[in-house]
Design a protein around this ligand. Structure first.
Ligand SMILES: [Zn+2]
Ligand SMILES: [Zn+2]
Ligand SMILES: [Zn+2]
Length: 201
């Protein structure tokens, strides 16, 4: 099963229609998001608490076997297997997932995303020096290397520290460095991921 959304909404055109195959329903939608919301609202929404939680997707193997789900949440999660809808995007690498636990698992095991999650504070001195070089601050590289400045220090660095402790007398350089650090911190905070559709019970 694709978890990257390449066959999902991203490629959907205005002409693409995604039919609802729930029982005898004839609803179609141009986006998987709308289709998913339709299923939850109209089909799961019409199941009474006293009824059985059963999937009525016509091509569903569970439906054929009459398999019951013991909770609404389990059926909701199962519905995702019929719909190419990826509401959970990793805010660090943009990879998309159908379910929140899949996203969390990804972040926990992806070294790159872990580092971005923890941001600057995980950078070692070598990483800091490379960043200075990449940012055209070659002049500071040697100084930061000699003082063994790591990401944790970078997080709390201020103008006074640069001037008095590191003796960087050129004000323009100090300002440029501080602006770059601020931008870096901001980029790590990233954008919020989309609201969890499972939040609305
Ligand atoms: Zn339907
Ligand atoms: Zn099903
Ligand atoms: Zn990621």
């Amino acid at each position: 099963m694709s978890e990257n959304g390449s066959d999902g909404e991203g490629l959907a055109t205005g002409l693409a229609t995604h039919p609802c195959r729930w029982d005898t329903c004839s609803f179609t939608s141009s986006t998987f998001k709308n289709l998913y919301e339709h299923i939850i609202e109209f089909h799961l929404g019409s199941i009474k608490k006293t009824d059985d939680w059963v999937c009525k997707w016509t091509s569903c193997p569970n439906a054929k076997q009459g398999k019951l789900f013991n909770k609404r949440e389990h059926l909701k999660s199962h519905i995702m297997s019929h719909v190419n809808y990826f509401p959970f995007a990793c805010q660090y690498c943009n990879q998309q997932f159908k379910r929140r636990p899949d996203l969390n698992k990804h972040i926990n095991k992806s070294l790159g995303c872990q580092q971005r999650l923890h941001g600057l504070s995980l950078w070692d001195n070598e990483r800091v020096c490379k960043w200075l070089a990449d940012s055209d601050l070659h002049g500071l590289e040697g100084l930061f290397k000699a003082r063994n400045i790591n990401g944790e220090t970078l997080m709390v660095i201020d103008d006074r520290f640069l001037l008095e402790t590191l003796n960087i007398t050129d004000q323009a350089t100090r300002e440029r460095l501080l602006a770059l650090i601020r931008a870096k911190k901001r980029s790590y905070r990233g954008a919020d991921t989309e609201k969890d559709p499972n939040d609305c019970k």
